[in-house]
Design a protein. Structure first.
Length: 375
């Protein structure tokens, strides 16, 4: 049975070149980068060359890239320090953010009694910019946290426009860019943004490593303590082999971006054509012209198919999801779709299908055949 992996918004296969790079570093550059002897200096060199490679892709100084264990850690750190150390008294976010942001904001609201405002979300999952401007009329010390690409429905935020609005209102701007880094060019010199979060395993790098972009002189303070690594902002011995793998993955992703994006967009178009032909009545959740590697569809099936649909597809070797992998074991409906769909439609089966350059039209044909068999 051919295995079909269509859950690339959850995680991606590691590129062979990345595995090769990581293996080389593990074998040869095993020193502690904080040590002053030659082994440590070699590891430190790998670390800083990786930082420069990542910074180059985003057009920022290397000192503004801070390595973390993942995007979730970066989000938690940025939001918490903004409240605790930068004295932010209000956070504006949306109810369709990743839980790394939503749950952190809810905790900070309780812990520090900050004000939390949720910007209105349109039926296609896009942010109501007019409402954001209305909320910013309040002069409180504010941080806006809005994700770039929604991980469940693929709706894209205009980062440059929101960044300019935040700049005009003199507020901080943070974006969870986990789904877009490596898949869309971001020039952070051109976009007025203070903080972003990224995770290597979303762009064909290893799990367990990510980074934060933190604008120079932001004033952020460390979330935990015990060492002077990462300019004193992130204690703990750096995972040099993972960081090298992340830098390699990001460099390759951007080098191949144009051809891979065009190929993946073609797969998404093909899937929409096949759904139209085989399952008329399906509805795209969110914007049908959203991010090129994510498609979320409401299927024309009865609600009683919802609970078992992923199981049935898995039995046929097909991996898709209903939403964020971080809550994939939950039987509750997606908090993102809950903001966009009626209660009746929320009970029906929706699938998130997410692509990479490793997918083929054959994968899509197998998915369509499997779905037709579930009608």
């Amino acid at each position: 049975m051919k295995k079909v992996y269509l859950d690339n918004a959850s995680t991606t296969a590691i590129r062979p070149e990345v595995i090769e790079e990581m293996t080389k570093v593990m074998a040869e550059d095993y020193g502690n980068p904080s040590s002053t002897h030659s082994f440590g200096r070699n590891a430190k060199s790998v670390l800083e060359l990786s930082r420069k490679a990542i910074a180059k892709e985003l057009n920022v100084p290397a000192q503004e890239i801070i390595f973390t264990s993942c995007g979730t850690e970066a989000d938690n750190w940025i939001l918490r320090s903004a409240v605790k150390d930068l004295k932010v008294t209000r956070i504006i976010t949306s109810k369709i953010e990743h839980h790394a942001v939503l749950h952190t904001v809810m905790l900070l609201e309780k812990e520090f009694a900050i004000q939390v405002d949720y910007v209105a979300v349109k039926p296609d999952g896009s942010i109501d910019i007019t409402n954001l401007v209305e909320l910013l009329a309040n002069p409180a010390k504010t941080l806006v946290s809005l994700m770039h690409v929604n991980n469940e429905v693929g709706t894209v935020l205009d980062l440059a426009r929101v960044g300019q609005i935040c700049k005009e209102h003199n507020v901080l701007f943070h974006s969870d860019t986990v789904q877009s880094i490596g898949k869309q060019v971001l020039d952070l010199q051109e976009i007025p943004i203070d903080f972003i979060a990224a995770s290597a395993h979303k762009f064909h790098g290893p799990k367990g490593v990510g980074f934060a972009f933190v604008r120079k002189n932001s004033g952020l303070q460390p979330m935990f303590f015990g060492g002077e690594q990462e300019k004193g902002l992130r204690a703990g011995t750096e995972a040099v082999h993972q960081i090298a793998g992340m830098a390699k993955a990001l460099t390759l992703s951007y080098a191949k971006l144009d051809q891979e994006k065009k190929y993946i967009q073609g797969l998404k178009t093909y899937l929409l054509e096949q759904l139209t032909a085989s399952l008329p009545g399906f509805i795209v959740n969110g914007d049908a012209n959203g991010f090129y590697n994510i498609l979320n569809v409401l299927l024309p099936f009865a609600a009683d198919k919802t609970a078992m649909i992923l199981f049935h597809l898995d039995m046929k070797g097909i991996a898709v999801s209903r939403g964020s992998a971080c809550q994939s074991g939950s039987i509750r409906p997606s908090h993102v779709l809950a903001e966009m769909l009626s209660l009746e439609d929320l009970k029906k089966p929706s699938l998130r299908i997410s692509f990479s350059h490793y997918n083929t039209k054959e994968d899509i044909d197998l998915l369509i055949d499997a779905l037709k068999g579930l009608q």
